[in-house]
Each structure stands twice: as C-alpha cells, then as structure tokens.
Design a binder for this molecule. Sequence first.
Ligand code: GLC
Ligand code: CA
Length: 513
Amino acid sequence: MISAWLKSAVFYEIYPNSFMDSNGDGYGDFKGITSKLDYIKSLGCNAIWLNPHYDSPFKDGGYDVRDYFKVSPRFGSEEDFDEFIGTAHSKGLKVILDLVPGHTSEEHPDFIKSASNIPNEMYDRYIWTNDPWACPQGFKNNSGRFDRNGSSIVNFFSTQPALNYGFNRIDEPAWQMSYKSEAALKTREWLKSVIRYWLDRGADGFRVDMADSLVKNDGSQSEKPATSEIWREIRTMLDNEYPDAVLVSEWSNPQAIRAGFHADFMLDHRGNPYSLLMRMEDESGKNISYFDADGSGDCSKFANDFGNWYNAIKNDGYIALISCNHDTPRLAPKYSQEQLKVIYATLFTLPGVPFIYYGDEIGMTYMKGMPSVECGFQRTGSRTPMQWSDEKNAGFSTADKTFLPATIDKQINVAAQTKDKKSFLNFMKSFLEFRKSRKEFTSTDFEFVHAKGAEPLVYKRGALTVVVNPLKVKQTVAVDISPNSNVIFAVGKEAKAAKGGVTVPPISLTVFG
Ligand code: GLC
Ligand code: CA
C-alpha cells in the first residue's frame, strides 16, 4: 500500500536550532517554528521534516538522544511542541519527526546502567565487547571510560553507543548475541514504543536516521536481511495501527523500500545518480557532474542508474529527493542562482518526493571554514541561521550571541525576496505551484528520452516532455516534440521545437505539454 498523502507531499526540512528563535536565547525553538508555518505553506510545501527535537546533550546536533520521551528544553516546553504540531495540522501541514533508532546518547540513563560492572536489566540492551583492550575489526568502539569489563560499540561518534538489536552472523559468541535473542527483541519492542508515543502525540511519521544500522554483521549494504526483517515488522505494525503514518529512511538503497519504508532518501553518495547529476567532484574538487556549465559531466550513467533504481521501487514506494540536508554542503555558491533554478526544477520534475532544506528556497549559501559547533564539523556551514531579513542576526534572533553566526545579506533573505517579483524565492513558489498543477509529476509515468554526455537531458512525464540544458552554451538535440505541444513552463529562455530537433538555450529547462 503506497501512502496516499506522501504521493503529493512536498517537504521542508527544519533544523530546529537554526530556524527561528522566539525568546532571544540564540537558539531556534518550537514557538519560532510555529510562527513561520504560514511562510512554509506559502512556499507550496505541505509537510515538514523536523530534525531531532528530543532531550539531548547535543554532542552530535541532537542525534544523540538522552530521553526519547521528552522534548529538548532548548526548543521549548512540551506544550510548545504540541502547539507546533496542532497548528501545523490546522494549516494542512504534515509533520514527520526524526527517529534515531540505532544509538542513544552516552548520557542516556539506560546506557549508564548498561555500563555498570554489575549485571542489571539494561546490561544487554547495548552492544558491549568482553575486552576493554581490543576493538573488533569492522567496528568502532569506546573504551576505558566505564566500569564494565569491555568496550561499547558505537554507531557514529564515540558519544553514540549502539543499541543491541543483535547480530545476524555471529563471529564472537562470547559477546555477540543473535538478533532473535531476548535482549535484541526487547530493544525492538522499545523502538516500537517510541514510535507509538510520537504518533499518538500527533506526528505523521518519521525520517529514520541510519536505518540500516540496526543488526550487526548483517550481510551487504544492499541486502541486510535481519535489519530489513525488523523494519518490515514495524511497517506491519504501522499498517495495522497507524495506516497513514510514513517512514522515510536514511539508507539510500532500493533495499529500503523492500524493507517496508514508504520512501528512501537518495543521498549524496559519490558516484550514485544524485551525485552524478549535481554533486560529483574529482580529487581536486572540480565539478564533474552533469550540471557543470562547462560540460565536464555525462548524464548517461545518471539516467541508467536512476532509471534502474526507480524501476526497482516505483510500485512500492518513493525516492526522496533533496535540495540539500543538514549533513551536505548547500549547492550555493557552487552554482549560480540561475543554475540552481534549473537544478531544482530538474530534480523536482523527476519522479520522487521533494525535500527542500530550509533556506535553499532563497539561495542560502554554504559557509566554508565555519568552526565546528556541536560536532557539525564541515556540516556546520550548512546549519547557519535562517535568513529572514537583513536586520540583526538576519531576523533569526534578538540575542547578542546566536547558536551559529547568521549571515546578513541584502538580497539573500526572505523579506527582500518576498518583495522582488524576480527573486529566487518567487521562482521557487511559482515552480512548486506549477509542479502541483500537473498530476504527471506525481504519477509513475516516467521515461528518459535522451541522455548522452553533456547534451540536453530529455525525459517524459506522461504527455509532458522536459528538456534541460546545463551548459553555458546553446545546444540542439535531435528529439521530436509533437507539433501540438506548447511550452507550459520554462526556466531561463524557452527551448524551441522544430521538425527533427529542439534548440535549447544555455542554462535552461523547458516543459512541453
Ligand atoms: C545521520 C544524520 C547525521 C548524524 C548521524 C548519526 O547520518 O543525518 O546528522 O550525525 O546520522 O546519528
Ligand atoms: Ca530560543
């Protein structure tokens, strides 16, 4: 069963620290978000993905949860959270939360209990080796800081101990348990209780962090049978108890849909279709993706691999397509605003569920060389405060010191762009309105017509034909567009169809219908 509302969803990703500060303490918060819901709606979005909002010591930007049943006081009160969800719903906006199933914070009380040298009810709920001196091959661990005679296996940073969902292949029976062991099954039940708790509280689903990380020694990245078994069990639970709820995985593999996810992110993994289209670089950092305006890219592999990925999942789920996210460098200033218009219009006329990262709709730029805050490292430059105006802290906060410094820019802010008819923001609005007006873009009717080198990319969505030229020079492509077709949308100058070929202006996208 493919989720009904996901089909026409357009998401807006909010990193809560950075969106809007209502009380002047320098951090974004729920009340701030609630005050901007009309803005999100006015963009043409009808859903929100909220990065972690749970109680956390923020040693990995909130992906280190200390209490799964409590909101972070940094973002406001429990009531503020409920008000945010309630107001979003009253405006027709769905809200998915971030579920961090594989690891907790090292400050989670259950982990602290499990680190004791005296066995207790949490002893087997995290993965511990039986030797504080050795790190087993293929794992990351944290040792020498706990009383327990062993080391804690971690999933990401050393502050993020792995919960015990067990092992599929057991190499070291002294400490590795089966994924069907009692302790591993208890972890599964705990995860279900977290999911039920937030769905009961009004959430419409979850983005699932490191969805493939649950069971260890679990075959290849593309298969992971035991991890998939767990997610299918959870999907069955949702189908029975919360049929409208959706799960969107951070897995980036068609296997995720087979494992029961409703949608799966196609992330920036070097050489995958998303990377080949717009983010691929060579060793020297030179852009070699299709959207390089000098033509260093090649869209044939993109089209082949995207097509295979799409065909593998299209009857059972969606590919989630991102403008960017909190882990990825923003595309500006790598690309100009004119290029970005073509890039986003291409990405979001391909079959998939659009996710717009806050600020991308006004062309916010990646801030190079930002000192790391809360273990953002190079990701910090994509997490700077939303630019609402050109006033103090870009209108994000009245504080003297904010979570990250805001970039004040006369043009890259919501207030200036709302007034300017030709702004990036107004382009994004009109594009999303156009996308919404044509059901072809949410159908499964999709086919590449021409994908070769840096030549124009041509694809069909039902009766519509999209023609893209990434280059700074005009190109022609030998594709026949029906003489009855008209241009129904264009970014940059319109392409011209004649018998035997289409002439496509530099940096442009045209939709014929
Ligand atoms: C995911 C998140 C990232 C986080 C990591 C560990 O990749 O997107 O921000 O640091 O998982 O939870
Ligand atoms: Ca605040």
